[in-house]
Design a protein around this ligand. Sequence first.
Ligand code: NAP
Length: 179
Amino acid sequence: MRGLLVGRFQPFHSGHLAVVREIRARRPDAHLILGIGSAQRSHTRDDPFTAGERFEMIARALEEAEIDACEPVPLFDIDRHAIWVAHLRSVLPPFDLVYTNNPLTRVLFEADGFRVEAPTLIDRDRLQGTAVRRAMIAGDSWTSAVPAAVAGYLREIGGPERVRMLSTSDAGASPGSGS
Ligand code: NAP
């Protein structure tokens, strides 16, 4: 059996890690694919980090937490929701169970006959990607919301500085979205 957890992981925080830990504990025999959603996006306000950087955050956090049998895989968006699941089936190894908190993602997988579970969100006020990015912009403390290995890596790549730069009015807009 193999599960698929889909998320954007911008960045990979302690709430995501807790979900992975819980899924692995609940189904110790099942491998888990960590689908890095919107892999093509980076350097925008809402999606500051590349798929490769998100892969590295996840790999370091899993190693630090000694969690095995999880494979991060970048997933590119396609412009037709109706065939997204078929697209994923063509690029991923076989999987039977999907974990997501995104309503659209749930609907699309259920329409294709997949069983979908919503992972329990832990300490949601503090552990959310938006809150971590906002704290970086404000210069507030954010390191307690991410695994230590992720905090170290984000400092290494100048993550907080990038998020702050992208928060300025022009820098974080998608190409072609401005006037
Ligand atoms: P998501 O990561 O599944 O998350 C949905 C919400 O749940 C987010 O607010 C997320 O917050 C939160 N969440 C997830 N796990 C959490 C945890 N352990 N603790 C606290 N909060 C948690 O949804 P998403 O970010 O929108 O990712 C879905 C991906 O699938 C996207 O990249 C989307 O583009 C892609 N997709 C593509 C297509 C297509 O190409 N046609 C169709 C459908 C979906 P955080 O911000 O804290 O993670």
